[in-house]
Design a binder for this molecule. Structure first.
Ligand code: SPD
Length: 371
C-alpha cells in the first residue's frame, strides 16, 4: 500500500512539472508574476540639425533664440521646388534632418515610406495648431508632419506700371505692347507652372486628360516671349527692384517685396489659383538623436511667440491658432494673406498623381527647352 502511494505521489509530481506547476523552480518565463520594467534609455538630442527649407522662409532670429534656449544649432540649406527636394532625397541624400514639403509632396513621401513617424510626446505644442490643421487630408492626425505656413499662388505686379491683372491672360495670351512684355516671370516649378495654365483654361489643375494638358502646354509656350525667365527664389526681389513688371508667384514672398517697394501688389485672377500648405517633416534616414533634436525644433516652431515671428517675417498665413491670437488684426484681415471665402472657393490644391507626375514634368521640360 505504502509503495502504491509513493508511486502515485511521484506520478502527480511529474504531472505538475509537465504542466508547469508544482513550485517556483519550474515557473515559466511568461509567468504573470509582477516584474519591474526595464528603464528605457532616454535619447540625447543631437547638438546640430540640417534643415532643408525653401529660401527666405524663416526669420534667422528664430535659429538664434532656439540655439540660446536649447543649445541645438540649425544649419539651413535651400531648395526651389518640391520636385527638386524630392529628387535629392530619392537620389539617396541622407544628410537632412528636417524638410519642408508641400501637401501633395507629403502624400508622395508617405506613400514611398520616406518619412519618419513623429513622436508626439516630444511635440506637446501640437495643441496650438488650429483643429483643421490637425486633420489635413494628406496626413490625418499629423502622424508624419506638422503644418508650417499656408498660402496661395497668384500674380504679383507693379501697380505703378500696369492695372491690376484680372485674368491669367496677361501671361498666357500676353499683349506684345504691354509694359510687362519681356519683363514677366514664372515660377520655376513644374506643378505650379502647369497649374497656372490649367486654371486659366478652366481645367482641373490635376487633370490627366492628354488633350487638356496639350492645351496647357500651348498656353505655356505662348507665355514664353513675354517672360524674362523662370525663377522661384528671386522673383520677388526682381519685382521689388523694378526689373520685372509682372510675376507668377507665392503671396507671402510678393507681400514681403511690397515692404521694399510700395508699388508691388498681389492678386488672384478671376479664374482662380493654387492654395497650398507647407509642412515640416523628418526623413526616415535620421538617427534617433537627430530625430529627437528635430522634434524639439518642431515643438519650438509651434510655440505661440515663434509662430508669430514666423508669419511676421514670411507674410504667410499661420496654421497656429495660438499664434493667430497674437498676430496683428491688420495682418489677419489682409485678403492677400487670408483670402475671403469667395476667393478660397476658386482655389485648388495640387494633388499627387503617381506615375502621371512624369507627364507633367516632361511637358514642363519641353516648354522650358523650347525657343
Ligand atoms: N519663400 C518660400 C516660399 C515657399 C512656398 N512654398 C509653396 C509651394 C507651393 N507649391
Amino acid at each position: 500500500m505504502r509503495t502504491r502511494l509513493v508511486v502515485l505521489g511521484l506520478l502527480v509530481a511529474l504531472l505538475l512539472v509537465a504542466c508547469g506547476g508544482g513550485g517556483t523552480e519550474t515557473a515559466p518565463a511568461e509567468s504573470s508574476a509582477p516584474t519591474t520594467p526595464e528603464p528605457v534609455a532616454e535619447v540625447e538630442p543631437a547638438q546640430e540639425i540640417q534643415f532643408f527649407n525653401w529660401s527666405e522662409y524663416i526669420d534667422p532670429d528664430i535659429y538664434e533664440i532656439f540655439e540660446d534656449e536649447y543649445g541645438i544649432r540649425v544649419v539651413e540649406s535651400n531648395f526651389a521646388s518640391n520636385e527638386e527636394m524630392l529628387a535629392k532625397l530619392q537620389g539617396g541624400a541622407t544628410g537632412y534632418d528636417l524638410i519642408v514639403p508641400s501637401d501633395y509632396t507629403v502624400a508622395i513621401m508617405i506613400e514611398e515610406g520616406m518619412l519618419a513617424e513623429l513622436d508626439h510626446a516630444n511635440i506637446p505644442n501640437l495643441e496650438n495648431l488650429s483643429p483643421r490643421f490637425r486633420q489635413v487630408p494628406y496626413d490625418p492626425g499629423n502622424k508624419y508632419c506638422v503644418p508650417y505656413q499656408w498660402g496661395t499662388t497668384g500674380i504679383g505686379y507693379n501697380s505703378a506700371l500696369i492695372d491690376e491683372p484680372t485674368s491669367w491672360a496677361v501671361l498666357f495670351d500676353p499683349d506684345p505692347n504691354a509694359p510687362y512684355y519681356g519683363r514677366a516671370m514664372m515660377l520655376d516649378d513644374p506643378r505650379e507652372g502647369m497649374a497656372a495654365a490649367l486654371v486659366y483654361l478652366g481645367y482641373d489643375i490635376n487633370t490627366t486628360d492628354e488633350a487638356q494638358l496639350e492645351e496647357a502646354k500651348q498656353a505655356l509656350l505662348r507665355a514664353k516671349p513675354a517672360l524674362a525667365g523662370y525663377d522661384s527664389d528671386q522673383f520677388d526681389d526682381l519685382l521689388a527692384a523694378g526689373e520685372t513688371v509682372l510675376t507668377h508667384g507665392w503671396n507671402g514672398d510678393i507681400l514681403v517685396a511690397q515692404e521694399e517697394n510700395l508699388d508691388v501688389a498681389y492678386t488672384i485672377p478671376q479664374e482662380g489659383g493654387v492654395v497650398w500648405i507647407d509642412n515640416v517633416c523628418i526623413p526616415n534616414t535620421v538617427t534617433p538623436e537627430r530625430k529627437k533634436a528635430a522634434e524639439i525644433f518642431i515643438n519650438f516652431l509651434l510655440r505661440q511667440d515663434i509662430g508669430v515671428l514666423l508669419s511676421e517675417f514670411n507674410y504667410y498665413a499661420s496654421p497656429n491658432a495660438a499664434a493667430e491670437e497674437m498676430l496683428d488684426e491688420e495682418f489677419l484681415s489682409d485678403p492677400a494673406v487670408y483670402p475671403p471665402p469667395q476667393v478660397l472657393d476658386k482655389l485648388q490644391y495640387i494633388e499627387p498623381l503617381g506615375d502621371f507626375e512624369s507627364v507633367y514634368q516632361r511637358i514642363w521640360d519641353e516648354v522650358k527647352a523650347a525657343r
